[in-house]
Design a protein. Structure first.
Length: 370
């Protein structure tokens, strides 16, 4: 049995983390085990499950530049303590350079950089991230990404076309298959039986663009006065979004559902999934929503690769709120066979049962086990 060391921020219920757990649950853990380096001290939502599945969680010194020497020592000690660790798989995007260089210093021959996005937020760490991003192709032995756009953004077109590989953000399609009984039960539980329900799943951060979503929804209410917006997730901008809802006078039309472990059931009660993101790699939630048979409206900042269903469209972020609202209304008026979603996603190559077997075989080959 080999162990693959995944470098992450922490294992909360975000898109990257959910993707990793989907793969982790479906691999043969007698052959390949996952361990996790976390860089935040906050416990993750998935920590208990990881330990139940046999994984280890290692707390790093953090990604502060002043901690870089300590980080390299930490990586050497971690790898030396368990010779079964054969692969480093970094999901920290630009800051994954720390883990990649640490793994190189520790003598790991397989170091995977995995791109999950197409943008870097311009915060106080932006100059450092840009510097680290330039060094990623040289520090990694393998370049993986959720989609072509993310791979080119993080590794450059030449390196991506020469060395890049797409790893699908695969899901369990049957988990999300449309179920009319679950829909009826969920809508009754939350008093939504006679409402038009728009839904969104995502962390409250700059990327997800909740403030624009609320503006669009306020315009949509002019067309559908009994509409409701369901927001699943938490994050540092949640209070600001709640305050914005108050200012717009739409609080009574929004359900802040928080973190939910049964997200599949929440997709059932929705009528339309809306995602006006400022930037994305390839969102797992977009795949899940289409598996649930939902019509989906994404911004043009989400890569076209997410459009797997004939009922999924993009609207430019430059379009007005009124144009967005009209687009949502048109989507709701289109006939949609929700029961077809799960099979559509399976045929598109996003079935975790198939994808996990392929990833497992690749890990074994890279480690020289097959």
């Amino acid at each position: 049995m080999i162990r693959v060391l995944h470098s992450v921020s922490n294992m909360d219920r975000g898109g990257i983390e959910t993707m990793l757990m989907n793969y982790y649950r479906h691999i043969d853990r007698d052959k390949v085990q996952f361990d996790f380096i976390v860089n935040k001290k906050k416990p993750g939502d998935y920590d208990d499950e990881i330990r139940r599945l046999g994984g280890h969680i290692y707390q790093s010194p953090g990604l502060d530049p002043l901690h870089y020497p300590a980080y390299l020592r930490f990586m050497q000690q971690t790898v030396a303590a368990d010779p079964r660790i054969r692969i480093l798989h970094a999901h920290n995007e630009a800051m994954g350079l720390y883990a990649l260089k640490g793994a190189e210093k520790a003598g790991l021959p397989v170091r995977i950089a995995h791109a999950h996005n197409i943008w870097i937020v311009r915060d106080y760490k932006w100059p450092l991230k840009i510097f680290c991003k330039r060094l990623l192709p040289g520090a990694a032995t393998h370049l993986w990404a959720c989609g072509r756009d993310a791979g080119i953004y993080y590794f450059g077109k030449a390196d991506w076309e020469r060395r890049g590989q797409i790893i699908p953000n695969a899901i369990e399609p049957e988990t999300f298959r449309f179920d009319s009984a679950v829909r009826a039960e969920m809508r009754a539980r939350y008093g939504l039986e006679d409402r038009v329900v728009l839904g969104h799943v995502g962390r409250f951060d700059v990327r997800k663009n909740h403030e624009r979503l609320l503006e669009i929804f306020a315009a949509f209410l002019q067309l559908e006065p009994r509409a409701m917006l369901v927001l699943i997730g938490t994050g540092r901008l949640e209070q600001a979004v709640r305050a914005q809802a108050q200012t717009l006078g739409i609080t009574d039309h929004i359900l802040f559902a928080g973190l939910q472990s049964n997200v599949a059931d929440w997709y059932q009660l929705m009528d339309l999934f809306v995602m006006p993101s400022r930037f994305e790699g390839l969102p797992v939630v977009g795949i899940e929503a289409q598996a649930a048979g939902l019509g989906c409206v994404f911004s043009d900042a989400v890569p076209e690769e997410v459009l797997l269903s004939p009922h999924a469209i993009q609207i430019p972020l430059s379009a007005s709120n009124a144009d967005w609202a009209a687009g949502l209304q048109r989507m709701l008026q289109q006939p949609c066979d929700r029961s077809a979603g799960a099979e559509l996603i399976r045929q598109a190559g996003y079935d975790i049962n198939i994808a996990a077997a392929r990833l497992q075989q690749q890990y074994l080959q890279l480690s020289g086990e097959t």
